[in-house]
Design a protein around this ligand. Sequence first.
Ligand code: SF4
Length: 219
Amino acid sequence: MKKLDEIAQEIITCKKCKLWQTRTHAVPGEGNPNAEIMFIGEAPGESEDKEGRPFVGAAGKLLTQLINEILGLDRKQVFITNILKCRPPNNRDPEEDEITACSPYLDEQIEIIMPKIIVTLGRHSTKYIFNKMGESFSSITKVRGKSYSWKYKDKEIIVFPTYHPAAALYNPNLRKTLEEDFKKIRELTKTSKRYTIDYFLGGQNRPRDKGKESNSNSS
Ligand code: SF4
């Protein structure tokens, strides 16, 4: 299996889609290779493109604050990345051909890290992961704030969708919701047994269906 550094090197020189032509720096992602929590956003923005690091602009500052103050963690303890590793011009939405070209890097990162929890930030990364789970995606508003079990390889990963921090920057209501979601994520981290989902299913020994939604966070 490749290492995260090897994947990052491939990304930095990648020309698999048209976005290489307009990027300043590719942004592979960063953090702990053994992270229990992996955050997946949409794509680098202007600040990230300049620095070659994920979530370092205004939205990144909010994400970092939530990680520090609500989860009680440092950014170095989690892994932060995006579906697309290069910035789309003018921060437009990712296009399907770009996601198809770039997502194998994300898949490899997930496989190496095998986090306990994947937090998808916003509709694009949530839709991508839900497709992989075989779960139907309607809108981020409908699916956010709940945990879902993803049987991946022979492991269980908890997928927790929430809003992209950029959406909450100038909207106090969304920011409050985002903070509430992070409190739920904090609760999810408290279970000590990695890959066991019974905790998230309320200890009811409910069937471990692929992509089945937990009932422990429906409040
Ligand atoms: S967005 Fe992804 S696939 Fe496209 S050039 Fe950048 S690293 Fe390669």
